[in-house]
Design a protein around this ligand. Structure first.
Ligand code: ATP
Ligand code: MG
Length: 334
């Protein structure tokens, strides 16, 4: 039976990229009636420094964003990673399965470590093995993610395959990434070749789920573009990364394809298209922001939801971990 797992790091305020590439689709999968397990991956977040008070705040805000986006904690399992120790336990075993050569090829590590990789944490390097553990601790079969996570999911498949092979078992499923829709890679508003990220130092590069209507309109108005009007076919967006990004964002927000957006707005100048996009973005985002703010009024209730989700997650992961220890040859005598 299919089972979905996915996560988001509480490493900052969530962005429109996280909403379109992840949250919105998490709710859709839940509504298709598939078992869905969603996680605020706080252990991933600390692979780069997080202020403890902010980490707590961002974890609660992240949970509020899931719920405001349509993830129902009664129908999906919603929790924070560190409350279920199976993630850390399986990650250690996967650290011993994954090969250094595999980890060395991970582009996210290179992007995040930057020029001074010697100063990056060991956790940042091992990140993809923990991510494999997140997924495999539940025997999840499908993982909805943005395009940037494709390489990590291939590594998850490699780790599962090698574990099964090394121990002569058919134990871990080979997971399928679900990278779908018009906004699998929302780009920065300042640079159409860079992914929009919550950890980007420039706030102008992204739309935050907490931005109000004025901030959203101002950021879209100032978004980098070229001087040409919108083309009359998709082909005309080739070599125009900023224009393509705004068209893709419009498409994802409106539930249209990029081709339909082009057909509707062919020949429009950005002076006309940007205000249309801003109105659309505000109409989609404002109810989510309002609901997030309402939920954030009661942090104790959010913590209760995360704790209950962790109990339900634990109930699935613990028997799987017990089997893993047995397969590996570790004595469990108490
Ligand atoms: P960070 O900069 O801290 O890595 P992030 O914005 O990349 O933050 P993550 O928590 O790493 O967010 O990713 C959570 C989910 O959001 C993943 O499924 C990821 O693929 C997706 N995602 C992140 N950024 C984008 C984007 N720009 N477009 C589409 N999906 C995205
Ligand atoms: Mg990321």
């Amino acid at each position: 039976t299919p089972r979905i797992f996915s996560g988001i790091q509480p490493s900052g305020g969530l962005t429109l990229g996280n909403y379109l590439g992840a949250l919105k689709r998490f709710a859709e999968k839940q509504n298709e009636g598939i078992q869905t397990i969603y996680c605020l991956v706080d252990m991933h977040a600390i692979t780069v420094w997080q202020d403890p008070a902010k980490l707590r705040q961002q974890t609660r805000e992240g949970a509020a964003a899931f719920i405001a986006s349509g993830v129902d904690p009664a129908r999906s399992i919603l929790f924070n990673q560190s409350q279920v120790s199976a993630h850390a336990e399986l990650a250690w075993i996967f650290n011993c399965v994954a090969r250094l050569g595999w980890m060395n090829r991970m582009t996210q590590f290179k992007d995040k470590a930057g020029k001074n990789a010697e100063a990056a944490s060991l956790g940042l390097y091992a990140y993809p093995a923990l991510m494999a553990a997140d997924i495999m601790a539940y025997h999840a079969t499908h993982v909805p993610v943005g395009e940037d996570q494709k390489q990590h999911l291939e590594l998850t498949r490699d780790i599962a395959t090698k574990f099964n092979h090394d121990y002569g078992v058919d134990f871990f499923p080979i997971v399928e990434p679900l990278i779908e829709g018009a906004a699998t890679r929302v780009m920065s508003l300042r640079d159409g070749t860079k992914k929009m990220s919550k950890s980007d130092p420039s706030d102008q590069s992204r739309i935050n789920l907490t931005d109000d209507a004025d901030a959203i309109a101002a950021k879209i108005r100032k978004a980098k573009t070229d001087p040409e009007p919108l083309p009359d076919s998709l082909d005309g967006l080739k070599d125009r990364p900023e224009a393509r990004n705004l068209v893709n964002i419009y498409a994802a927000l409106a539930g249209m394809t990029a081709a339909e957006v082009i057909a509707e707005h062919a020949g429009a100048q950005f002076g006309t298209f940007k205000p249309r996009l801003a109105d659309l973005a505000v109409s989609v985002m404002a109810p989510i922001t309002t609901e997030m703010n309402r939920l954030m009024q009661d942090p104790a209730e959010i913590d209760r939801i995360l704790g209950e989700g962790a109990d339900r997650a634990e109930a699935i992961a613990r028997p799987i971990l017990t089997q893993v220890y047995d397969i590996v040859g570790m004595i469990r005598s108490r």
